[in-house]
Design a protein around this ligand. Structure first.
Ligand code: AMP
Ligand code: ZN
Length: 462
């Protein structure tokens, strides 16, 4: 039985899907005006772990992730320049070229980190007509109004505004420093559609002239379109709780007249040296930066698995070095079981599997689940333990089955083994197959595996 922490109720709840076998899940995707950093990727690793746990528990998933390739203004308060356009000007490319480039890099990063792509990837620019329909509907229902620069959602019309973040709006407004647009009815009203100035490159015709959508309406439109008015899970990072997701709820519930999402699941932030990642501090790292510094992307995945997704995780290079050592050791220890003919009692294996499932079903306690794997690999060598590790890896996604130790040069191998290799070579030359096999077994017993290749014998440590 899977339990998930629901931000809406602030409780761990048993997960009961609306449709028994097909879970509907929406994940806020990247804004593709720049490279995604490792903090962003932590949130997508969390999404991936949730998808893997659901699959492990026998569910099928219809997952949707958006690609924000338009808008997403500089701040959540909808002020400022369009990030896509700003990047386009800087890089002397069209916003479409910028979006395509960074979307592809994002997909490469997903692949490198072994993050499964959701079933449906929805680009905002391909859903403009649907968004316009929802904006019209919001106006029709009295939830949105027109100003000189756009269409705004009137939050005073939605009595449950603030339910997800438990905001006390009156207090917030009293202390707010946001520059109040005099045409807005309430300071926290947000744009669902912006009228475009002439020089704005990305713009579409609408009943309110040329313009472009607000960021929040993208996610509402695409989630309803693909998952229906009421769906199971919505994921994102914790920074999205107070504005973006609050606004999504306000829009969805106004449009459909009912509750839209059953489980709101949020991943905590990644910090760097206990602080915020920021360009000005020069501590914004991408997956490629880590590779350049000698860390395999999966070392970062392993690093993330060591913290619960609802705890802040502090990124340091010392921490990454620790993760690198542990991950490599884990790969070797799992591999050491692979070629064993010995067996492990079924009871022992089942015991580990139960512990593992209990951990992952308890709101994705991956650090605990990883501890179970570490305990298991310390058992005497057996193929059953190898198979168990590979089974657990359906959730960890650490590509444990792809590990192959690097072949060693003969000089690194103990003399005893070198002698046996030589003896085997002679036996083979004399077509003395019985002895050749005998020497091979002796080599295996000493912990080495040999393979005949065109270039000669390849030796690896088992
Ligand atoms: P954005 O492209 O800014 O919408 O961010 C993409 C995703 O990354 C969102 O789900 C954010 O909540 C998440 N995110 C942003 N910064 C961090 C961070 N430092 N740690 C973890 N997740 C983050
Ligand atoms: Zn979103």
């Amino acid at each position: 039985m899977l339990n998930l922490y629901n931000t809406l109720t602030r409780k761990k709840e048993e997960f009961v899907p609306l449709n028994e076998k097909k879970v509907t899940m929406y994940s806020c995707g990247p804004t593709v005006y720049s490279y995604a950093h490792i903090g962003n990727m932590r949130t997508y690793i969390f999404m991936d772990l949730l998808r893997r746990v659901l699959k492990y528990d026998g569910f099928k998933i219809k997952g949707v992730m958006n690609i924000t390739d338009v808008g997403h203004l500089q701040s959540d308060a909808d002020e400022g320049e369009d990030k896509m356009e700003k990047a386009a000007k800087k890089e002397k490319k069209t916003p479409w070229e910028i979006a395509e480039y960074y979307t592809n890099v994002f997909f490469d990063d997903l692949q490198k980190l072994n993050i499964g792509k959701p079933e449906i990837i929805a680009k905002a620019t391909e859903h403009i007509d649907d968004m316009i329909k929802y904006v019209e509907k919001l106006i029709e229902l009295g939830y949105a109004y027109e100003t000189s620069d756009g269409i705004y959602y009137d939050i005073s019309k939605f009595k449950n505004y603030g339910q997800l973040s438990r905001l006390n709006l009156d207090e917030q407004i009293a202390g707010a420093r946001v520059e109040v647009n005099p045409e807005k009815r309430n300071p926290y009203d947000f744009a669902v559609w912006k009228k475009a100035p002439k020089e704005h490159i990305m713009q579409w015709p609408s009943p309110w002239g040329m313009g472009y959508p607000g960021w929040h309406i993208e996610c509402s439109t695409m989630s309803i379109k693909y998952l229906g008015q009421h769906f199971d899970i919505h994921t994102g990072g914790v920074d999205h709780i107070p504005v973006h997701h609050e606004n999504e709820i306000a829009q969805n519930e106004a449009i459909t007249g009912k509750k839209s999402v059953n489980y709101w699941c949020h991943g905590e932030f990644m910090l760097v040296n206990n602080g915020k990642m920021s360009k000005s501090l020069g501590n914004v790292y991408t997956v490629s930066d880590l590779e350049k510094k000698g860390y395999e992307p999966l070392v970062y995945r392993y690093f993330c698995l060591n913290a619960h997704y609802r705890n802040k995780l502090n990124f340091t290079f010392e921490g990454m070095d620790g993760a690198k050592t542990s991950y490599n050791r884990l790969l070797q220890q799992v591999y050491a079981h692979k070629n064993s003919n010995a067996v492990t009692d079924k009871e022992v294996i089942d015991g580990y599997l139960n512990e593992f499932r209990e951990a992952i079903d308890d709101d994705l306690n991956l650090p605990l689940a990883l501890g179970v794997l570490w305990k298991a690999v310390k058992e005497p060598k057996s193929k059953d333990i190898y198979n168990l590790a590979i089974e657990m890896d359906k959730v960890f996604g650490l590509r444990l089955d792809e590990y192959k130790p690097a072949p060693q040069t003969l000089a690194d191998v103990p003399e005893e083994v070198q002698k046996l290799i030589e003896l085997r070579k002679e036996a083979k030359a004399n077509k003395d197959w019985a002895n050749a096999d005998k020497y091979r077994n002796e080599i295996t017993a000493l912990g080495y595996q040999i393979k005949d290749t065109k270039e000669g014998v390849e030796v690896t440590k088992i």
